[in-house]
Design a protein around this ligand. Structure first.
Ligand SMILES: C[S@@+](CC[C@H](N)C(=O)[O-])C[C@H]1O[C@@H](n2cnc3c(N)ncnc32)[C@H](O)[C@@H]1O
Length: 304
């Protein structure tokens, strides 16, 4: 990366991102921390009863997901959150509510798989990408390709798009976001966010990349037009082609080790040599042989 870019980013706008790291550190946003209520934080070895199992299986099928990929302890913890979100007394009550009113299914599923996200979440990761990964995409012979698997409402991929635009690289990059929840993908395409989601966006970028509409912040047309989103189950569907960067953060931690292992195996096959895999703080590509850690949460595919 040219010294000029590093200097400009470190001295100028990038400073805001670094500053946001401090804020990010104070807010523990990960699934295991503040995303879960006090009850869910207790490490539970809980098992699901037969009724609970059947409800969770039914609910995941409604979302075209195979519940067998997910950790039982997580499902057990999240079931309590799901019942609370629906204000249901138990799983029978919850199922009756969902059958009566289908529009509640996304609320229930979101509580089970957790849709928590925000712009520049864990911003030290974005700091690293800005200095050590994204500038090098300029050298790629083909248009660079970035896939954000489990993108939720799109905050993460739009954050990357902003950094690319700041580096003058946005036009040459294909950006894809996928998530299993179609309601999240609808929101990502819409690109309208509340103040909480954009809390870590540096103020000048809030002006530059968003339009304020009432209490909402709408992502600029320029960013919205270059980013593509679609509904897809990351465990079952592998996006075709080679990728320069794959972000898959704070999602595989809910999966059983065998299912997460399948992801790592696939990702190391479809990353270009020298490409990067970006994971959440609690995730490691266990079993992979061609991915080397280059920074916390960031792995590079060996060139060989
Ligand atoms: C906690 S959010 C993480 C969002 C974002 N990656 C981040 O770190 O801020 C987890 C996301 O994983 C998605 N997810 C869970 N299982 C999935 C699957 N099998 N395929 C695709 N997305 C999945 C959920 O819908 C949710 O949006």
């Amino acid at each position: 990366v040219s010294a000029a870019i590093v200097h400009r980013l470190r001295a100028g706008r990038f400073r805001h991102v670094v500053f946001a790291s401090g804020l990010g550190a104070r807010r523990a946003l990960d699934f295991g921390a503040s995303a879960a209520g006090p009850h869910e934080q207790q490490s539970s070895r809980g098992k699901l009863s037969a009724d609970e199992s059947s409800f969770v299986r039914w609910l995941f099928r409604r979302g075209s997901l195979d519940v067998r990929h997910y950790r039982t302890e997580t499902l057990h913890r999240r079931l309590a959150a799901c019942l609370r979100a629906l204000r249901a007394s138990d799983v029978r009550d919850a199922k009756a509510m969902l059958v009566r009113d289908e529009s509640l299914v996304p609320t229930a599923l979101s509580a089970m798989v957790i849709g928590v996200t925000s712009f520049f979440r864990d911003s030290s990761v974005f700091d690293y990408l800005t200095v050590h990964v994204l500038p090098y995409l300029r050298k790629a012979e083909k248009p660079a390709r970035i896939w954000c698997a489990a993108c939720s409402d799109g905050d993460e991929l739009y954050s990357v798009a902003m950094l690319l635009e700041e580096l003058g690289l946005l036009d040459g990059v294909y950006l894809l976001g996928t998530d299993c929840r179609s309601d999240a993908i609808r929101r990502a395409r819409l690109g309208s966010y509340d103040a909480n989601s954009v809390r870590d966006v540096p103020a000048p970028w809030l002006e530059k990349y968003f339009v304020k509409a009432g209490n909402q912040y709408e992502i600029s047309k320029k960013l919205r037009n270059v980013v593509q989103f679609r509904t897809a189950d990351m465990v079952e569907i592998c996006e075709p082609g080679w990728w320069d960067v794959i972000l898959c953060r704070n999602a595989a931690m809910y999966l059983r080790p065998e299912s997460a292992g399948r992801l790592w195996e696939r990702y190391e096959q479809i990353l270009r040599p020298g490409g990067h895999l970006v994971l959440g703080k609690a995730e490691r590509p266990v079993g992979s042989t061609r991915l080397s850690a280059v920074s916390p949460c960031i792995y590079r595919r060996d060139r060989g």
